[in-house]
Ligand binder design. Structure first.
Ligand SMILES: CC(C)(COP(=O)(O)OP(=O)(O)OC[C@H]1O[C@@H](n2cnc3c(N)ncnc32)[C@H](O)[C@@H]1OP(=O)(O)O)[C@@H](O)C(=O)NCCC(=O)NCCS
Length: 133
């Protein structure tokens, strides 16, 4: 997912407001969870979010979301957020976090989801600064 940072998304320092970044992460992670779960999902938990470097107004924000763990009805999604200087395409890992989603059936009750495919690269819990979305 790619977004642009406008002044309305920033704090009085001119850098991205954390709550705005979190909402983008939640959105990107939910797409990964819905695609894996094949069902509606809700966010159950946001975990281990690290804001490493500020994202500035005028930057682009590139988000990479991947399901890294699956329970019975829950899915843990890792989200890496990169700030991108659009003119050069240069990216830097800015924020990382883990989101747990629960798949719901038509009655809004947790429903079983498929396991991760055998051998799928789930990446370690530690962010890879060289990874690119
Ligand atoms: C998430 C929710 C559906 C779980 O319902 P529940 O009745 O507690 O369901 P269960 O106890 O059967 O748990 C279902 C699964 O969710 C997981 N789960 C529930 N709460 C969790 C939490 N806070 N963190 C991580 N996992 C959680 C359980 O571990 C279980 O996982 P598994 O099926 O893989 O073993 C319910 O708490 C809910 O609707 N929460 C509000 C969600 C929401 O509105 N989110 C938007 C942000 S406001």
């Amino acid at each position: 997912m790619l977004e642009l940072v406008f002044p309305k998304d920033t704090n009085y320092l001119g850098t991205a407001f954390g709550g705005w970044v979190l909402s983008l992460m939640d959105k990107a992670a939910s797409v990964a969870a819905v695609r894996h779960g094949g069902a509606n999902v809700v966010t159950a938990r946001m975990d281990g979010v690290d804001f490493r470097v500020p994202i500035r107004v005028g930057d682009a924000v590139a988000l990479d979301a991947q399901v890294v763990k699956v329970g019975r009805s829950s899915m843990t999604v890792r989200v890496d957020v990169y700030r991108e200087t659009m003119a050069t395409g240069q990216q830097e890992l800015a924020t990382t976090g883990f989101f747990v989603f629960v798949a719901l059936d038509e009655e809004g009750k947790p429903r079983t989801v498929a396991p991760l495919p055998e051998g799928q690269d789930t990446r370690s819990a530690d962010p890879d600064p060289d990874a690119r979305p």
